[in-house]
Design a protein around this ligand. Structure first.
Ligand SMILES: NC(=O)c1ccc[n+]([C@@H]2O[C@H](COP(=O)([O-])OP(=O)(O)OC[C@H]3O[C@@H](n4cnc5c(N)ncnc54)[C@H](O)[C@@H]3O)[C@@H](O)[C@H]2O)c1
Length: 322
């Protein structure tokens, strides 16, 4: 790989395992010095293990890269600032942020606890906002410089929300909105802000039996669920070759989906008069009800991301077998 990120400093949150680990290694291979941040808790956001981040920092050092570990809890506003400060104190600059730390607590809306909601929003959305805030504050202080990038982690569950985990879906849709808003705000400082909506085999996907089944590594041939399929997109979004900002990129195996933000496909105007219920009912007759995709696989509706042909085929097969 060419060292397109030589001289850059990257902070990867949740870089101790899964997709974040793959991103940290890929950024280091591309020449970046890396702060590997990870709290090291469970997939549901409980506990902590300081060795997770340290192990990946060591992996990078062992192949000649430059990395340091951070155990900051990004869901804590001030602790997120500590991760940013560590990058600046250690390497003297900060160019790339990969907001990847995330947790998942499956609980339908009627069963969801306050803790399910606050922890999920806390790590996935507040964690992304807090790290972005501290980096932006630093960039404002030192002034504009081109070549800065933030890569947030949304999800197919944020772009195409489905039943089963509304807090997770809301947190990831929030990340997509935050991405667009931050992109507009930070452009004058030379920062591009994009998000990925990834699919990759990790403990998060292993925790959901039918998803784990979908993402099993094949005995031979292309392993489309390997986390390593996601990281090249992160490196591209971090690199000077990327000319996008404020966009969400779905990535699964060899399939890449580029989202256009929210778009209203239908527009109506009531000719200078406020709407009333009867007119609304009449005019909105023209719109088809949305197909939420349940027809494809009623029992497996949770994986309806930016579905690739291969995923759709597998879902259909699983549905037929049930
Ligand atoms: N794996 C997928 O298919 C998939 C799909 C969509 C979105 N995502 C998102 O990708 C990101 C990475 O997920 P993954 O699948 O690699 O999961 P993972 O559980 O393997 O990794 C997440 C990492 O984040 C760390 N983390 C959690 N809370 C933290 C906190 N408060 N501060 C610092 N670190 C914290 C965890 O310790 C863990 O190492 C998450 O944001 C997840 O929601 C993953």
């Amino acid at each position: 790989m060419s060292q397109t990120l030589l001289g850059k400093v990257a902070l990867v949150t949740g870089g101790g395992r899964g997709l974040g680990r793959a991103h940290a290694l890929a950024l280091a291979r591309a020449g970046a010095r890396v702060v590997v941040n990870d709290l090291g808790g469970s997939d549901r956001g409980e506990g902590a293990d300081p060795d997770m981040a340290a192990a990946v920092a060591r992996e990078i050092q062992e192949v000649g890269g430059n990395a340091i570990a951070s155990n900051a809890d990004v869901s804590d506003w001030d602790d997120a600032g500590r991760a940013v400060r560590l990058a600046l104190d250690t390497f003297g600059r900060l160019d790339i942020i990969v907001n990847n730390a995330g947790i998942s607590r499956f609980a339908p809306i009627g069963a969801m606890s306050r803790e399910d909601w606050t922890l999920t929003i806390g790590v996935n959305l507040t964690g992304t906002a807090a790290v972005t805030h501290w980096a932006a504050a630093h960039w404002i202080e030192v002034g504009p410089e081109s070549g800065r990038a933030i890569i947030n982690t949304s999800s197919p569950a944020g772009t195409n929300p489905l039943p089963g985990s509304p807090a997770y879906c809301a947190s990831k849709a929030g990340v997509a909105a935050l991405t667009i808003a931050s992109a507009a705000e930070l452009a004058p400082l030379g920062v591009r802000v994009n998000a990925i909506a990834p699919m990759g085999r990790t403990r998060l996907t292993d925790a959901v039996p039918f998803v784990a089944e979908l993402m099993k590594a094949p005995a031979t041939g292309f392993d489309r669920a390997a986390p390593d399929c996601v990281s090249p997109v992160v490196v591209y979004l971090a690199s000077p070759a990327c000319r996008f900002t404020g966009r969400v990129f779905g990535i699964e195996g060899d399939d890449l989906f580029v989202f256009d933000g929210w778009s209203a496909r239908h527009r109506f105007n009531n000719a200078g008069t406020a709407w009333d219920q009867a007119t609304l009912a009449e005019r909105l007759e023209a719109i088809d009800l949305q197909d939420l995709g349940w027809g494809i696989a009623p029992a497996t509706h949770m994986v309806m991301p930016n579905p690739s042909d291969a995923t759709l085929k597998t879902l259909a097969t699983i549905a037929e077998e049930r």
